[in-house]
Design a protein around this ligand. Structure first.
Ligand SMILES: NC(=O)c1ccc[n+]([C@@H]2O[C@H](COP(=O)([O-])OP(=O)(O)OC[C@H]3O[C@@H](n4cnc5c(N)ncnc54)[C@H](O)[C@@H]3O)[C@@H](O)[C@H]2O)c1
Length: 370
Protein backbone atom coordinates (compact mmCIF):
# COMPACT_ATOMS: atom_id res chain seq x y z
CA UNK A 1 0.00 0.00 0.00
CA UNK A 2 1.37 3.40 -0.95
CA UNK A 3 0.95 6.92 0.40
CA UNK A 4 0.39 8.55 -3.01
CA UNK A 5 -2.81 10.63 -3.21
CA UNK A 6 -5.79 8.72 -4.60
CA UNK A 7 -8.83 9.98 -6.45
CA UNK A 8 -12.29 8.45 -6.49
CA UNK A 9 -14.76 9.76 -9.06
CA UNK A 10 -18.44 10.11 -8.25
CA UNK A 11 -20.46 10.06 -11.46
CA UNK A 12 -24.11 10.72 -12.20
CA UNK A 13 -25.89 14.02 -12.75
CA UNK A 14 -23.54 16.08 -10.51
CA UNK A 15 -20.13 14.46 -10.88
CA UNK A 16 -17.22 15.34 -8.59
CA UNK A 17 -13.91 14.00 -7.38
CA UNK A 18 -12.90 12.76 -3.95
CA UNK A 19 -9.20 13.44 -3.32
CA UNK A 20 -7.59 11.33 -0.58
CA UNK A 21 -4.05 11.77 0.69
CA UNK A 22 -1.76 13.25 3.32
CA UNK A 23 -1.19 17.03 3.35
CA UNK A 24 -4.02 17.99 1.00
CA UNK A 25 -5.33 20.73 3.31
CA UNK A 26 -2.13 22.64 2.56
CA UNK A 27 -2.47 22.24 -1.20
CA UNK A 28 -3.62 25.74 -2.21
CA UNK A 29 -3.85 24.83 -5.88
CA UNK A 30 -6.19 21.93 -5.19
CA UNK A 31 -8.33 23.97 -2.77
CA UNK A 32 -8.52 27.00 -5.07
CA UNK A 33 -9.27 24.80 -8.06
CA UNK A 34 -12.58 23.90 -6.45
CA UNK A 35 -13.63 27.54 -5.95
CA UNK A 36 -15.38 29.21 -8.90
CA UNK A 37 -16.26 32.68 -7.63
CA UNK A 38 -14.69 35.28 -5.34
CA UNK A 39 -16.43 34.53 -2.04
CA UNK A 40 -15.52 31.69 0.29
CA UNK A 41 -17.07 30.92 3.66
CA UNK A 42 -15.00 28.55 5.76
CA UNK A 43 -17.22 26.73 8.26
CA UNK A 44 -15.57 24.77 11.04
CA UNK A 45 -15.92 23.89 14.72
CA UNK A 46 -13.98 25.16 17.71
CA UNK A 47 -11.87 21.99 17.98
CA UNK A 48 -10.89 21.73 14.32
CA UNK A 49 -10.53 25.47 13.63
CA UNK A 50 -7.50 26.02 15.92
CA UNK A 51 -5.78 23.02 14.31
CA UNK A 52 -6.40 23.57 10.60
CA UNK A 53 -8.38 26.68 9.72
CA UNK A 54 -5.51 29.16 9.52
CA UNK A 55 -3.51 26.76 7.31
CA UNK A 56 -6.38 26.23 4.89
CA UNK A 57 -7.12 29.93 4.79
CA UNK A 58 -3.48 30.85 4.10
CA UNK A 59 -3.06 28.16 1.40
CA UNK A 60 -6.21 29.34 -0.31
CA UNK A 61 -5.38 33.04 -0.09
CA UNK A 62 -1.85 32.40 -1.42
CA UNK A 63 -3.24 30.55 -4.41
CA UNK A 64 -6.06 33.05 -5.00
CA UNK A 65 -5.20 36.51 -3.53
CA UNK A 66 -8.44 37.91 -4.98
CA UNK A 67 -10.65 35.72 -2.77
CA UNK A 68 -12.76 37.28 -0.05
CA UNK A 69 -12.75 34.68 2.74
CA UNK A 70 -15.09 34.67 5.73
CA UNK A 71 -15.35 32.14 8.52
CA UNK A 72 -18.01 30.72 10.79
CA UNK A 73 -16.97 28.56 13.73
CA UNK A 74 -19.53 26.55 15.71
CA UNK A 75 -19.04 24.73 19.04
CA UNK A 76 -17.83 21.17 18.42
CA UNK A 77 -20.31 18.31 18.68
CA UNK A 78 -23.69 17.04 17.53
CA UNK A 79 -25.47 19.49 19.85
CA UNK A 80 -24.46 22.25 17.39
CA UNK A 81 -26.15 20.69 14.35
CA UNK A 82 -29.13 22.97 14.85
CA UNK A 83 -31.23 25.51 13.01
CA UNK A 84 -29.68 28.11 15.30
CA UNK A 85 -26.10 27.46 14.08
CA UNK A 86 -27.37 26.98 10.53
CA UNK A 87 -28.79 30.50 10.85
CA UNK A 88 -25.35 31.68 11.96
CA UNK A 89 -23.80 30.28 8.78
CA UNK A 90 -26.44 32.02 6.68
CA UNK A 91 -25.75 35.29 8.52
CA UNK A 92 -22.03 34.83 7.80
CA UNK A 93 -22.76 34.36 4.08
CA UNK A 94 -24.86 37.52 4.12
CA UNK A 95 -22.12 39.45 5.94
CA UNK A 96 -19.62 38.26 3.32
CA UNK A 97 -21.86 39.56 0.54
CA UNK A 98 -21.70 36.08 -0.99
CA UNK A 99 -22.98 35.88 -4.54
CA UNK A 100 -24.36 32.87 -6.41
CA UNK A 101 -20.88 31.69 -7.36
CA UNK A 102 -19.79 31.62 -3.70
CA UNK A 103 -18.30 28.52 -2.16
CA UNK A 104 -18.81 27.12 1.33
CA UNK A 105 -15.84 25.11 2.57
CA UNK A 106 -16.85 22.62 5.26
CA UNK A 107 -13.75 21.98 7.39
CA UNK A 108 -14.49 19.39 10.06
CA UNK A 109 -16.39 16.23 10.79
CA UNK A 110 -19.89 15.22 9.78
CA UNK A 111 -21.51 17.83 11.99
CA UNK A 112 -19.78 20.69 10.21
CA UNK A 113 -20.18 18.99 6.83
CA UNK A 114 -23.92 18.46 7.22
CA UNK A 115 -24.59 21.95 8.57
CA UNK A 116 -22.33 23.80 6.13
CA UNK A 117 -23.66 21.72 3.24
CA UNK A 118 -27.22 22.63 4.20
CA UNK A 119 -26.30 26.33 4.40
CA UNK A 120 -24.75 26.04 0.91
CA UNK A 121 -27.90 24.30 -0.33
CA UNK A 122 -30.09 27.14 0.93
CA UNK A 123 -28.06 30.31 0.31
CA UNK A 124 -29.52 31.87 -2.84
CA UNK A 125 -31.16 28.47 -3.49
CA UNK A 126 -27.82 26.73 -3.73
CA UNK A 127 -24.15 27.63 -3.94
CA UNK A 128 -21.10 25.35 -4.16
CA UNK A 129 -19.94 23.36 -1.18
CA UNK A 130 -16.51 21.75 -0.94
CA UNK A 131 -16.17 19.19 1.80
CA UNK A 132 -12.88 19.11 3.72
CA UNK A 133 -13.58 16.18 6.07
CA UNK A 134 -11.30 15.83 9.09
CA UNK A 135 -12.80 12.80 10.84
CA UNK A 136 -12.60 9.28 9.47
CA UNK A 137 -16.39 9.07 9.59
CA UNK A 138 -16.79 12.16 7.45
CA UNK A 139 -14.11 10.97 5.00
CA UNK A 140 -15.78 7.60 4.42
CA UNK A 141 -19.39 8.63 4.61
CA UNK A 142 -20.89 12.03 5.37
CA UNK A 143 -18.80 14.17 2.99
CA UNK A 144 -19.82 12.03 -0.01
CA UNK A 145 -23.28 11.82 -1.54
CA UNK A 146 -24.76 15.24 -0.90
CA UNK A 147 -27.01 14.60 2.08
CA UNK A 148 -27.07 17.71 4.24
CA UNK A 149 -29.16 18.35 7.34
CA UNK A 150 -29.60 19.66 10.83
CA UNK A 151 -31.31 18.03 13.81
CA UNK A 152 -34.41 19.16 15.64
CA UNK A 153 -35.71 17.93 19.01
CA UNK A 154 -38.02 15.42 17.31
CA UNK A 155 -35.21 13.65 15.50
CA UNK A 156 -31.86 13.69 13.76
CA UNK A 157 -31.44 15.09 10.26
CA UNK A 158 -35.13 15.90 9.92
CA UNK A 159 -34.47 19.22 8.19
CA UNK A 160 -32.16 19.10 5.20
CA UNK A 161 -31.57 18.87 1.48
CA UNK A 162 -29.76 16.82 -1.13
CA UNK A 163 -26.88 19.02 -2.28
CA UNK A 164 -23.87 17.20 -3.78
CA UNK A 165 -20.49 18.77 -3.05
CA UNK A 166 -18.39 20.29 -5.80
CA UNK A 167 -15.39 18.34 -4.52
CA UNK A 168 -14.25 16.39 -1.48
CA UNK A 169 -10.69 16.83 -0.26
CA UNK A 170 -9.77 14.36 2.49
CA UNK A 171 -6.40 15.03 4.11
CA UNK A 172 -5.49 11.77 5.82
CA UNK A 173 -2.80 13.55 7.88
CA UNK A 174 -5.64 15.31 9.77
CA UNK A 175 -6.54 11.93 11.27
CA UNK A 176 -3.37 12.09 13.39
CA UNK A 177 -5.03 14.59 15.73
CA UNK A 178 -8.33 12.73 15.85
CA UNK A 179 -9.10 11.18 19.26
CA UNK A 180 -8.98 7.35 19.20
CA UNK A 181 -12.65 7.15 20.09
CA UNK A 182 -13.54 9.16 16.98
CA UNK A 183 -11.22 7.04 14.80
CA UNK A 184 -13.04 3.93 16.02
CA UNK A 185 -16.42 5.55 15.32
CA UNK A 186 -15.31 6.09 11.73
CA UNK A 187 -14.17 2.49 11.49
CA UNK A 188 -17.75 1.45 12.37
CA UNK A 189 -18.91 3.10 9.14
CA UNK A 190 -16.04 1.45 7.25
CA UNK A 191 -17.11 -1.96 8.60
CA UNK A 192 -20.63 -1.10 7.46
CA UNK A 193 -19.55 -1.23 3.79
CA UNK A 194 -18.21 -4.75 4.30
CA UNK A 195 -21.49 -5.75 5.94
CA UNK A 196 -23.63 -4.29 3.16
CA UNK A 197 -21.89 -5.47 0.01
CA UNK A 198 -18.29 -6.57 0.33
CA UNK A 199 -17.41 -9.75 2.28
CA UNK A 200 -13.80 -9.55 0.99
CA UNK A 201 -13.44 -6.07 2.48
CA UNK A 202 -14.96 -7.41 5.72
CA UNK A 203 -12.20 -10.04 5.82
CA UNK A 204 -9.56 -7.41 5.01
CA UNK A 205 -10.85 -5.39 7.97
CA UNK A 206 -10.52 -8.46 10.19
CA UNK A 207 -6.91 -8.85 9.05
CA UNK A 208 -5.86 -5.16 9.12
CA UNK A 209 -7.31 -4.25 12.52
CA UNK A 210 -3.88 -3.64 14.06
CA UNK A 211 -2.70 -1.29 11.30
CA UNK A 212 -5.97 0.63 11.16
CA UNK A 213 -6.25 1.13 14.92
CA UNK A 214 -2.60 2.20 15.03
CA UNK A 215 -3.45 4.92 12.49
CA UNK A 216 -1.26 3.48 9.72
CA UNK A 217 -1.51 6.03 6.86
CA UNK A 218 -1.52 3.55 4.00
CA UNK A 219 -4.06 1.21 5.62
CA UNK A 220 -6.35 4.15 6.44
CA UNK A 221 -6.07 5.56 2.91
CA UNK A 222 -6.97 2.12 1.53
CA UNK A 223 -9.98 1.84 3.87
CA UNK A 224 -11.14 5.36 2.95
CA UNK A 225 -10.74 4.82 -0.80
CA UNK A 226 -12.57 1.46 -0.74
CA UNK A 227 -15.38 2.93 1.35
CA UNK A 228 -15.69 5.95 -0.96
CA UNK A 229 -15.77 3.67 -4.02
CA UNK A 230 -18.71 1.80 -2.51
CA UNK A 231 -20.53 4.96 -1.56
CA UNK A 232 -19.82 6.54 -4.98
CA UNK A 233 -21.18 3.51 -6.85
CA UNK A 234 -24.38 3.56 -4.85
CA UNK A 235 -25.08 7.30 -4.80
CA UNK A 236 -24.43 7.79 -8.50
CA UNK A 237 -27.09 5.18 -9.29
CA UNK A 238 -29.51 6.41 -6.64
CA UNK A 239 -28.68 10.02 -5.65
CA UNK A 240 -32.03 10.77 -4.00
CA UNK A 241 -32.37 7.50 -2.08
CA UNK A 242 -35.30 6.12 -3.99
CA UNK A 243 -33.90 2.59 -3.82
CA UNK A 244 -30.56 0.98 -3.10
CA UNK A 245 -29.04 4.02 -1.36
CA UNK A 246 -31.15 3.10 1.66
CA UNK A 247 -28.76 0.15 2.13
CA UNK A 248 -26.17 2.63 3.40
CA UNK A 249 -28.40 3.05 6.42
CA UNK A 250 -27.63 -0.42 7.79
CA UNK A 251 -27.73 0.00 11.57
CA UNK A 252 -28.82 3.62 11.29
CA UNK A 253 -32.52 3.35 12.18
CA UNK A 254 -31.59 1.69 15.46
CA UNK A 255 -28.59 3.98 15.84
CA UNK A 256 -30.53 7.20 15.25
CA UNK A 257 -33.15 6.06 17.76
CA UNK A 258 -30.39 5.59 20.35
CA UNK A 259 -28.90 9.01 19.52
CA UNK A 260 -32.29 10.72 19.70
CA UNK A 261 -33.25 8.98 22.95
CA UNK A 262 -30.01 9.99 24.62
CA UNK A 263 -30.25 13.59 23.36
CA UNK A 264 -27.53 13.96 20.70
CA UNK A 265 -24.38 13.39 22.71
CA UNK A 266 -24.21 16.44 24.91
CA UNK A 267 -20.48 16.97 25.51
CA UNK A 268 -19.00 15.56 28.69
CA UNK A 269 -21.38 12.67 29.24
CA UNK A 270 -21.23 8.98 28.33
CA UNK A 271 -23.54 9.16 25.32
CA UNK A 272 -22.66 7.12 22.26
CA UNK A 273 -21.49 9.15 19.28
CA UNK A 274 -22.89 8.54 15.79
CA UNK A 275 -20.44 5.83 14.70
CA UNK A 276 -20.80 4.00 18.01
CA UNK A 277 -24.59 4.14 17.77
CA UNK A 278 -24.33 2.70 14.24
CA UNK A 279 -22.12 -0.13 15.56
CA UNK A 280 -24.80 -1.07 18.09
CA UNK A 281 -27.47 -0.60 15.41
CA UNK A 282 -25.73 -3.01 13.03
CA UNK A 283 -25.65 -5.70 15.71
CA UNK A 284 -29.37 -5.13 16.41
CA UNK A 285 -30.15 -5.30 12.68
CA UNK A 286 -28.16 -8.54 12.39
CA UNK A 287 -29.94 -9.98 15.40
CA UNK A 288 -33.35 -9.01 14.01
CA UNK A 289 -32.40 -10.58 10.65
CA UNK A 290 -31.59 -13.83 12.45
CA UNK A 291 -34.81 -13.64 14.49
CA UNK A 292 -36.82 -13.21 11.28
CA UNK A 293 -35.11 -16.24 9.75
CA UNK A 294 -33.27 -14.19 7.11
CA UNK A 295 -29.74 -14.86 8.28
CA UNK A 296 -27.62 -17.21 10.31
CA UNK A 297 -27.06 -16.13 13.93
CA UNK A 298 -23.37 -17.02 13.45
CA UNK A 299 -23.03 -13.94 11.21
CA UNK A 300 -24.26 -11.75 14.08
CA UNK A 301 -21.54 -13.27 16.25
CA UNK A 302 -18.85 -12.65 13.61
CA UNK A 303 -19.91 -9.01 13.29
CA UNK A 304 -20.10 -8.57 17.06
CA UNK A 305 -16.59 -9.98 17.47
CA UNK A 306 -15.17 -7.66 14.80
CA UNK A 307 -16.80 -4.58 16.35
CA UNK A 308 -15.57 -5.56 19.81
CA UNK A 309 -12.07 -6.09 18.41
CA UNK A 310 -12.22 -2.51 17.10
CA UNK A 311 -13.20 -1.30 20.58
CA UNK A 312 -16.75 -0.45 19.54
CA UNK A 313 -19.91 -0.88 21.64
CA UNK A 314 -22.34 -3.66 20.69
CA UNK A 315 -25.20 -3.15 23.17
CA UNK A 316 -27.81 -0.46 23.83
CA UNK A 317 -26.61 1.84 26.64
CA UNK A 318 -28.24 1.16 30.00
CA UNK A 319 -31.29 3.22 30.86
CA UNK A 320 -32.76 3.62 27.37
CA UNK A 321 -36.37 2.46 27.23
CA UNK A 322 -37.08 -0.04 24.38
CA UNK A 323 -40.59 1.40 23.84
CA UNK A 324 -39.15 4.90 23.51
CA UNK A 325 -36.53 3.63 21.04
CA UNK A 326 -39.27 2.02 18.95
CA UNK A 327 -41.22 5.29 19.01
CA UNK A 328 -38.15 7.10 17.62
CA UNK A 329 -37.75 4.41 14.95
CA UNK A 330 -41.32 5.07 13.78
CA UNK A 331 -40.19 8.59 12.78
CA UNK A 332 -37.42 7.30 10.50
CA UNK A 333 -37.41 8.81 7.02
CA UNK A 334 -37.26 5.38 5.37
CA UNK A 335 -40.67 4.36 6.72
CA UNK A 336 -43.56 4.33 4.30
CA UNK A 337 -47.23 4.69 5.27
CA UNK A 338 -46.47 4.24 8.95
CA UNK A 339 -44.76 0.86 8.42
CA UNK A 340 -41.24 0.20 9.69
CA UNK A 341 -38.85 -0.18 6.78
CA UNK A 342 -35.45 -1.41 7.89
CA UNK A 343 -32.14 -2.39 6.36
CA UNK A 344 -31.47 -5.99 7.41
CA UNK A 345 -29.13 -8.63 5.99
CA UNK A 346 -28.96 -12.17 4.72
CA UNK A 347 -25.43 -12.44 6.07
CA UNK A 348 -22.11 -10.61 5.78
CA UNK A 349 -22.05 -8.60 2.55
CA UNK A 350 -25.73 -9.12 1.76
CA UNK A 351 -27.85 -6.26 3.11
CA UNK A 352 -31.36 -5.62 1.88
CA UNK A 353 -34.21 -3.23 2.53
CA UNK A 354 -37.13 -4.95 4.24
CA UNK A 355 -40.49 -3.16 4.12
CA UNK A 356 -43.15 -3.59 6.77
CA UNK A 357 -41.06 -5.12 9.55
CA UNK A 358 -43.09 -6.49 12.44
CA UNK A 359 -42.83 -4.03 15.37
CA UNK A 360 -43.24 -6.83 17.91
CA UNK A 361 -40.11 -8.56 16.57
CA UNK A 362 -38.20 -5.27 16.76
CA UNK A 363 -39.29 -4.79 20.35
CA UNK A 364 -38.07 -8.27 21.29
CA UNK A 365 -34.62 -7.40 19.90
CA UNK A 366 -34.61 -4.01 21.64
CA UNK A 367 -35.48 -5.68 24.96
CA UNK A 368 -33.02 -8.56 24.70
CA UNK A 369 -29.67 -7.21 25.81
CA UNK A 370 -26.81 -9.71 25.66
N1 LIG B 1 -24.55 13.43 5.33
C1 LIG B 1 -24.38 12.15 5.45
O1 LIG B 1 -24.51 11.39 4.49
C2 LIG B 1 -23.97 11.61 6.78
C3 LIG B 1 -23.49 10.28 6.87
C4 LIG B 1 -23.03 9.84 8.11
C5 LIG B 1 -23.05 10.69 9.21
N2 LIG B 1 -23.53 11.95 9.09
C6 LIG B 1 -23.55 12.88 10.21
O2 LIG B 1 -22.19 13.09 10.63
C7 LIG B 1 -22.20 13.47 12.00
C8 LIG B 1 -21.09 12.73 12.73
O3 LIG B 1 -19.87 13.08 12.16
P1 LIG B 1 -18.51 12.92 12.96
O4 LIG B 1 -18.45 11.59 13.59
O5 LIG B 1 -17.44 13.34 12.03
O6 LIG B 1 -18.70 13.92 14.19
P2 LIG B 1 -18.19 15.40 14.51
O7 LIG B 1 -18.28 16.27 13.35
O8 LIG B 1 -18.92 15.80 15.74
O9 LIG B 1 -16.65 15.18 14.88
C9 LIG B 1 -16.32 14.43 16.02
C10 LIG B 1 -15.39 15.21 16.97
O10 LIG B 1 -14.07 15.19 16.42
C11 LIG B 1 -13.55 16.51 16.40
N3 LIG B 1 -12.61 16.54 15.28
C12 LIG B 1 -12.93 16.52 13.96
N4 LIG B 1 -11.81 16.41 13.23
C13 LIG B 1 -10.79 16.37 14.07
C14 LIG B 1 -9.37 16.26 13.91
N5 LIG B 1 -8.82 16.07 12.71
N6 LIG B 1 -8.60 16.30 15.01
C15 LIG B 1 -9.17 16.42 16.24
N7 LIG B 1 -10.48 16.50 16.46
C16 LIG B 1 -11.28 16.48 15.38
C17 LIG B 1 -14.75 17.39 16.25
O11 LIG B 1 -14.48 18.69 16.72
C18 LIG B 1 -15.77 16.66 17.14
O12 LIG B 1 -15.57 17.01 18.48
C19 LIG B 1 -23.58 13.17 12.53
O13 LIG B 1 -24.29 14.37 12.69
C20 LIG B 1 -24.23 12.33 11.44
O14 LIG B 1 -25.61 12.47 11.38
C21 LIG B 1 -23.97 12.42 7.89
Amino acid sequence: MSNAPRTVAVGGGSPYLIHIGPGLLGDGGLLAGAVRGRHVLLVSDDTVAPLYLAGVRAALQDARPDLKIGQHVIPAGEASKTLHHFGGAIDALAALGATRDACVLALGGGVVGDLAGFAAACWMRGVDCVQLPTTLLSMVDSSVGGKTAVDIAQGKNLVGAFHPPRAVIADTAALRTLPTRELRAGLAEVIKYGCIRDPLFFRWLQAERGALLAGDDAALAQAIARSCEHKAEIVERDPLEKGERALLNLGHTFGHAIETAQGYGAPGNDNLNHGEAVAVGMVLAARLSAALGMADAADTDTLRELLLAYGLPVAIPAGLDPEALLAHMRLDKKNIAGRLRLVLWRGIGKAEVVPDVDEAAVLVVLRAQP
